[in-house]
Design a protein around this ligand. Structure first.
Ligand code: G3H
Ligand code: 13P
Ligand code: ZN
Length: 311
């Protein structure tokens, strides 16, 4: 099968009460771990590359890694640009064979966000590519612990109809209390996503696919393995998986996960080195990282997304 857009995937997910996992890829082992899990569970899949991933691996390598994955499975796979900073970045990916791009102008004002998202949507649609945009701003990148989410960062439901209508985008990322990175909420707190905002957005945009970023759950078993094997991660907890499952039953069709895969990969490698200090063959320790990535993705597909056996 060749790469697909997310149009049909989202339609089925919306109507079927589940969501598609969008997993960040940076190297071969991550691609393989994700794709093996999705293939075995017969789940549709979105593989996404950030600017950092494209810089690290080089766009050509990432694209060919994903194309290699497509040759090994018949599940539908989308190749998506995560957090495209501007029109030029999106254009580069559209011209380079991505089937979906995100234009992230959420840090700009409403009118600028509309103008840039519309420009990307027009170019993308003329090339058979779909577009995700973002309204509202997510907290914390990597090193900031998101405590009580500031009201100002939530998506304002009053703006969503106008935004979607004027831009022509195909899906919309909204801010309802999730945040990027491994340090989201303080341990001992009881994080609550603003599912009421999601509901209101869904009411204003019937049938329209909604996206959640920053949706890692920061599995404590992996944090523990890392810290027991020479790591020094700070204490933090992630987004509760039952709340993500509830969002997936509603209008949320795409859920982004990166940090959990990083934790799994790192836990596998750290443990491997402590248990086998004599090893120096990358195939040995990277295989353990890859196995954890596969296990995490399988868990997400079954327990969080509900996307298993949909192919
Ligand atoms: O949303 C951010 C993703 O986790 C990508 O992170 O820019 O470090 O590749 P990155
Ligand atoms: P996490 O940091 O929660 O994995 O979020 C990833 C993400 O939103 C990628 O766009
Ligand atoms: Zn994101």
């Amino acid at each position: 099968m060749s790469l697909v857009t997310s149009t049909e995937m989202f339609e089925k997910a919306y109507n079927g009460g589940y969501a598609i996992g969008a997993f960040n890829v940076n190297n071969m082992e991550i691609v393989q771990g994700i794709v093996e899990a999705a293939d075995e569970l017969r789940s549709p899949l979105i593989l996404q590359a950030s600017a950092g991933a494209r810089k690290y691996a080089k766009p050509e390598y990432l694209k060919h890694l994903v194309e290699a994955a497509v040759e090994t499975t018949d599940i539908p796979i989308v190749l998506h640009l995560d957090h495209g900073a501007d029109f030029d970045t999106c254009k580069d990916c559209i011209d380079g064979g991505f089937t979906s791009v995100m234009i992230d102008y959420s840090g700009h004002d409403f009118e600028e966000n509309i103008a840039e998202s519309k420009r990307v949507a027009e170019y993308a649609h003329a090339h058979g590519v779909v577009v995700e945009a973002e309204l509202g701003t997510l907290a914390g990148i990597e090193d900031a612990v998101s405590v009580e989410a500031d009201k100002a960062m939530y998506t304002d439901p009053d703006q969503v109809e106008e935004f979607v209508k004027r831009t022509g985008v195909d899906s919309l990322a909204i801010a309802i209390g999730t945040s990027h990175g491994a340090y989201k909420f303080k341990p001992g707190t009881d994080p609550k996503l603003r599912l009421d905002i999601l509901e209101e957005v869904a009411r204003r945009l019937p049938g329209f696919p909604i996206v959640l970023h920053g949706s890692s759950s920061v599995p404590q078993e992996y944090v523990k393995i890392i810290n027991e094997h020479g790591g020094a991660l700070k204490d933090a907890i992630g987004v509760p998986e039952d709340q993500l499952r509830e969002a997936a039953r509603g209008a949320v069709c795409k859920i982004n996960i990166d940090s959990d895969l990083r934790l799994g990969m790192t836990a596998g490698i750290r443990k491997h080195f402590v248990e086998h200090p004599d090893h120096f063959d990358p195939r040995q320790y990277l295989a353990d990282g890859r196995a954890n990535v596969k296990a995490i993705v399988a868990h997400k597909i079954v327990e969080v997304l509900g996307s298993d056996h949909k192919v």
